[in-house]
Design a protein around this ligand. Sequence first.
Ligand SMILES: [Zn+2]
Length: 83
Amino acid sequence: MVKISFEFDKDQFRKAILKAAQEQLAKRARACKCPRHRQYPEVITTSEPASNRFSLEIDGCCDVLLSQVKKKLGIQEKEENGN
Ligand SMILES: [Zn+2]
């Protein structure tokens, strides 16, 4: 049996979690496809490990695709969306 173990300090652990979450969300977003235009969203991930910032930017052809992505990522749409 082979075993690997990693040790993280608190900061490394947080970074690892954030990065994993970011990758997971990006992967889910990229799996979405617009039913109208048959296009995939453009997913841009940005990470600044030094400041613990990991962000995700998603561009899509239309609202249909973007709301599908949000649903997939479990992002709740705000009711009061003043646009
Ligand atoms: Zn579309």
